[in-house]
Write a protein that binds this ligand. Structure first.
Ligand SMILES: CC(C)(COP(=O)(O)OP(=O)(O)OC[C@H]1O[C@@H](n2cnc3c(N)ncnc32)[C@H](O)[C@@H]1OP(=O)(O)O)[C@@H](O)C(=O)NCCC(=O)NCCS
Length: 266
């Protein structure tokens, strides 16, 4: 564990008080660049979710590069297309900045490494930090969820597009009830339902850490949240008894969801 978590509460206050984070000189990021780059999006109990603006912005992208370590820069160079390259660096720089602020550490002390199926976690001076997070990006929108401790989190955001074979894709990723409900809709309503189900499902597998390596047709999102409830609880069939809290975070502009492990009461 790192010994510098005492600064964490001040971040929460700062986020709530300012609406937009203003940065201090130690890990300096110009207010002009940062001001609209990321901002608090939702507070769900102890979980903070921030929104990252991923619209093309040369100054932010240049600045973001300065926050990346050698491996991340190499990954940045491997991207063939602008959009994923931009999504990655703009979110990764904000992730690094936010972790440094929460942990009271310097960027050079921080490494972001990946577990078996690619889920990132953070180390400071090679020690696991007591902050859990998850990142998602799609189009011009990124979301990053943070919480203290080791509670598993998964967040997903998807820009909605209308030009897709939603029923065809649903065959591969949804269970029978989910597919039937999507098939019964048309046009915009079909797109909305598809992305709502998709983000809820992806948030769950990201929280679990497996991502899409597990069979997504083998479980269904609970009926209450499928039918419009804002939140629900979920248990993966055939896995352990862990309960997950699932919440729809969608806005008019994009579909989004978060899943968080419900801590065991002992
Ligand atoms: C995780 C996954 C669902 C993300 O799908 P996506 O819709 O393309 O992307 P999102 O924008 O929602 O999420 C991407 C972010 O999720 C995080 N992530 C990556 N793998 C993850 C996992 N297994 N669980 C949770 N989060 C993960 C990363 O932060 C990533 O962003 P970054 O690399 O820029 O930091 C998909 O990449 C996947 O299924 N990966 C696992 C497959 C696997 O087993 N790979 C093994 C190779 S390591």
């Amino acid at each position: 564990m790192v010994d510098c978590v005492a600064v964490v509460p001040s971040i929460t206050v700062e986020m709530k008080a300012c609406g937009v984070l203003f940065l201090q000189s130690s890990t300096h990021m110009s207010t002009e660049i940062e001001n609209l780059w990321f901002r608090p999006f939702r507070q769900i109990g102890e979980i903070q979710v921030i929104h990252v603006d991923l619209t093309p912005h040369e100054a932010r992208e240049q600045y973001a590069l300065e926050w990346l370590d050698k491996e991340e820069l190499a990954r940045w160079q491997r991207y063939l297309y602008d959009r994923p390259r931009r999504e990655f660096i703009l979110c990764r720089a904000v992730l690094r900045y936010s972790l440094c602020r929460r942990l009271g550490c310097e960027n050079k002390q921080l490494s972001i490494v990946a577990a078996d199926h690619g889920k990132p976690y953070a180390l400071v001076n090679s020690q696991l930090v007591p902050i859990s997070f998850n990142v998602s990006h799609s189009g011009y929108h990124g979301l990053i969820a943070f919480t203290q401790g080791h509670q598993r989190l998964g967040v997903d955001v998807e820009a909605r597009s209308r030009r897709r074979d939603f029923d065809g894709i649903a065959e591969m990723v949804f269970g029978p009830n989910e597919r039937a409900e999507i098939a019964s809709e048309n046009g915009l309503a079909k797109a909305h339902l598809f992305f709502r189900f998709w983000t809820l499902k992806e948030a769950l597998v990201k929280a679990l850490g497996t991502g899409l390596s597990i069979d997504l047709t083998a479980f269904e999102i609970p009926p209450d949240i499928r039918h419009g409830a804002g939140k629900s609880t979920f248990q993966f069939p055939g896995l352990d008894r862990t309960l997950w809290e699932l919440q729809d975070l969608s806005t008019n502009g994009y579909a989004a969801a978060i899943a968080a492990e419900i801590p065991h009461l002992s």
